[in-house]
Design a protein around this ligand. Structure first.
Ligand SMILES: NC(=O)C1=CN([C@@H]2O[C@H](COP(=O)(O)OP(=O)(O)OC[C@H]3O[C@@H](n4cnc5c(N)ncnc54)[C@H](O)[C@@H]3O)[C@@H](O)[C@H]2O)C=CC1
Ligand SMILES: O=C(O)[C@H]1O[C@H](OP(=O)(O)OP(=O)(O)OC[C@H]2O[C@@H](n3ccc(=O)[nH]c3=O)[C@H](O)[C@@H]2O)[C@H](O)[C@@H](O)[C@@H]1O
Length: 440
């Protein structure tokens, strides 16, 4: 089927590539002509494992095209996906300007009736509003049908998630559109859930809010574990064995970041508030997440003192999670300036995101792509992202390279016992630093 995808960011690009891979002919449209130029050279504009090869293969097979020209992109397309950003407004609500603009751009170039699929994460009711917006701008015989098809992929495993996800949700009031979308998605071989439009929009927010809740819950348990001498990793394992709870998203740490959990939890609180519902539970989830960064800073201050002047601190990991170059809402964006404010000389390492991080934090830290360079002669290391190469590092490496082997681990990358045995002064999240018998 001939499909157009508007927006070639993390979601639009992966969606376009995946739809081409299962046999559709896809044209991705983006207003950013530099991005389009890069993509047309076969170079992915984001770091995502497995994306580049799949993209190049489908371009070579003439199933995948990129353009900044709407008329070309929409030519003979039966279905158009909207995958533009919905960032956070200062009041926490979702900014729908990009979605509205893309809808207007689309309306200006429609030459035949289409199914418009909103993949962007949008507040409940937005699909109806966008359908009305487009249909007001086009002649009666060009009216579009709208469908909600939220995206559940995770950055860093986007290709895997697209082909091995748990479900595809299709929300539309139009049975013919539901059938077309079912036909498009059938080759993925994943369970397909058909719902009404509002429920589909809500499934996306509720899912992200629930996952964020799991993380804040385990982080609160971790904070309690530290006080009581329990080990949160063992607690999470024990909880996760109960199939009603499940083992995923129970990894305690410095809190969630990224382009979605923070903005989507805020947007849901706002949406609830607009309808006179005080979403207290979710507000607490957000507050606990904010506190996790404070708590790590407090640990560092308790150990090193509030004045870090003259101390060389190595920050390991800058992206909001491993296997992505995405810095949006990364804990590093708070932690690095806070540590700099306390006078530390900061050298920050990330295997992929150093360049992007430097653009954002270049004033307050020096950046490197080599972990050894960051650790050499450091007084202390602070781990913010659990990249595989950081996880795999031997305790001995810290001991060998650092001036003082003091490590604050915001992602619980290592066994506390092994670190201590190697002579490292090691602080992690939710794992006791003292023998329990001293606590009681
Ligand atoms: N990043 C992620 O992992 C996930 C994101 N989502 C949702 O998907 C949506 C898109 O997110 P990202 O891909 O991260 O955004 P992004 O910011 O990476 O990409 C958006 C793209 O849209 C383009 N664009 C903006 N206005 C346009 C217009 N009028 N016409 C054509 N192109 C236009 C931009 O140039 C940019 O390339 C958001 O609603 C987000 O919440 C959902 C699931 C996962
Ligand atoms: O709407 C979205 O954009 C996406 O948001 C998340 O995906 P993503 O943000 O890419 O990454 P996650 O793996 O969910 O991690 C988010 C944050 O939570 C943190 N996290 C995750 C899991 C965990 O157990 N503990 C934890 O602290 C990660 O370090 C990261 O900072 C969801 O997992 C996706 O299903 C969703 O499509």
């Amino acid at each position: 089927m001939k499909i157009a995808v508007i927006g070639t960011g993390y979601v639009g690009l992966v969606t376009g590539v995946a739809l081409a891979e299962i046999g559709h002919t896809v044209t991705c449209i983006d207003i950013d002509s530099d991005k389009v130029k890069t993509l047309n050279h076969g170079i992915p504009t984001i770091y995502e494992p497995g994306l580049g090869e799949m993209m190049q293969r489908n371009m070579q097979n003439a199933r995948l095209f990129f353009t900044a020209d709407y008329a070309r992109g929409l030519d003979r397309a039966r279905v158009v996906y909207l995958a533009v950003g919905t960032p956070e407004r200062p009041d926490g609500s979702a900014n729908l300007d990009y979605v509205r603009q893309a809808a207007r751009d689309l309306a200006a170039h429609i030459s035949h009736p289409l199914i418009v699929v909103i993949k962007s994460t949008v507040p409940v009711g937005t699909n109806y509003k966008i359908q009305r917006l487009i249909n007001r701008l086009v002649p009666e015989d060009m009216r579009v049908t709208i469908a909600s098809n939220p995206e559940f992929l995770r950055e860093g495993s986007a290709i895997h998630d697209t082909f091995h996800g748990d479900r595809i949700v299709i929300g539309t009031d139009n049975p013919a559109a539901a059938e077309v979308l079912e036909e498009i998605n059938r080759p993925f071989g994943l369970p397909i859930l058909h719902t009404d439009i509002c429920s589909s929009e809500m499934i996306k927010y509720a899912s992200n809010a629930f996952l964020a809740t799991k993380i804040s819950f385990i982080n609160e348990i971790a904070n309690l574990c530290e006080k009581l001498g329990a080990d949160v990793e063992e607690v999470a394992q024990g909880m996760g064995l109960d199939h009603r709870i499940g083992p995923d998203f129970l990894k305690a740490g410095i809190g969630y970041g990224g382009s979605c959990f923070p903005k989507d939890t805020h947007a849901l609180v706002q949406l609830a508030g607009n309808h006179h519902h005080d979403f207290n539970l979710l507000k607490s989830v957000i507050e606990v997440n904010r506190q996790q960064q404070r708590l790590l800073l407090e640990k560092i201050e308790n150990r090193l003192g509030g004045d870090l002047a003259g101390k060389r601190l190595a920050v390991l990991g800058l992206a909001f999670k491993p296997n992505t170059d995405d810095m949006r809402e990364s804990p590093a964006l708070v932690m690095v300036p806070e540590l700099a404010k306390r006078g530390a000389d900061l050298i920050a390492y990330d295997p992929i995101a150093s360049g992007r991080a430097e653009q954002l934090l270049g004033q307050v830290a020096v950046f490197t792509n080599h972990v050894d360079e960051a650790l050499r002669e450091a007084d202390c290391a602070v781990i913010l992202t659990d990249w595989p190469d950081i996880r795999k590092m031997e305790p001995e490496t810290y001991k060998r390279l650092m001036k003082h082997a003091i490590v604050f681990d915001g992602r619980n990358c290592y066994s506390p016992n092994e670190m201590r045995r190697a002579g490292i002064d090691y602080y992690s999240i939710g794992r006791p630093n003292r023998a329990t018998e001293f606590i009681f």
